[in-house]
Design a protein around this ligand. Structure first.
Ligand code: ZN
Length: 219
């Protein structure tokens, strides 16, 4: 299997987990990967021939057992390398994606198992994505977005999208995982969400809010 194929498999897996739906539409994959419909359709055909993907016309695509095994291996490798790069080598969270992307394709199962144990079997990467253990089990991924909150809600930040510009912006705003936000105001017309972190007020755009995930606390 080549690198492009592995990346497709991984994206299908991530979309399935994030959206909690059994089938992914090919246009969702096009959006995620930024490729044309034609190249996505060709790749899906190839992956079906290799028994990695099931395709149901007009319904969508899903991974076969074989495809899912490949995806879990890639996702695990990517996230374990991210933990290593940040915790042991001092990289910050916006700078680990590319290196982890290279390393995940070059890591044998033996190396990965040793690395995982060396790191103390971490449950999440620095962006809050769950790391599947070696039997394939992972803790649940946070899928409630900050944009779904309403004034008065308290929200714990548990996952952020791994986008360099977003992560750099969050650094500037001193926003980190596991902080608690209080939602003060939601101005849909102007696209602004006002939140309070400890005693500091921050105005986020709804676009930023849609990239932050966590848990709404019950009051
Ligand atoms: Zn990550």
């Amino acid at each position: 299997m080549n690198r492009a194929e592995e990346d497709y498999i991984k994206s299908i897996y991530e979309l399935t987990v994030e959206r909690k739906q059994p089938l992914i539409k090919s246009n969702e994959l096009t959006d995620r990967l930024g490729f044309t419909d034609q190249s996505v359709n060709e790749m899906i055909k190839k992956l079906v021939q290799k028994h990695l993907v099931n395709f149901i016309p007009y319904k969508g695509i899903s991974l076969t057992k074989k495809g899912k095994d490949v995806a879990i291996r890639m996702v695990r490798a990517h996230r374990i390398w991210e933990v290593f790069l940040t915790e042991k080598l001092g990289f910050s969270w916006e700078n680990v994606h590319d290196a982890a992307e290279q390393l995940e394709h070059a890591t044998t199962n033996d190396v990965l198992l040793k690395l995982y144990q060396y790191l103390g079997e971490p449950k999440f990467c620095q962006h809050g994505n769950p790391i599947p253990d070696f039997s394939g089990h992972a803790l649940e991924v946070a899928t409630t977005s900050l944009i779904e909150t309403k004034p008065g809600d308290r929200f714990i930040l548990m996952r952020v999208l791994d986008h360099k510009e977003l992560l750099t912006y969050l650094n500037e705003q001193s926003i980190v995982l596991y902080q608690e936000f209080e939602v003060i105001e939601k101005d849909v017309f102007n696209g602004i969400l006002v939140i309070k972190i400890q005693e500091t007020i921050k105005n986020l755009t709804l676009k930023t809010a849609s990239m932050l995930f966590g848990k709404i606390m019950k009051t």
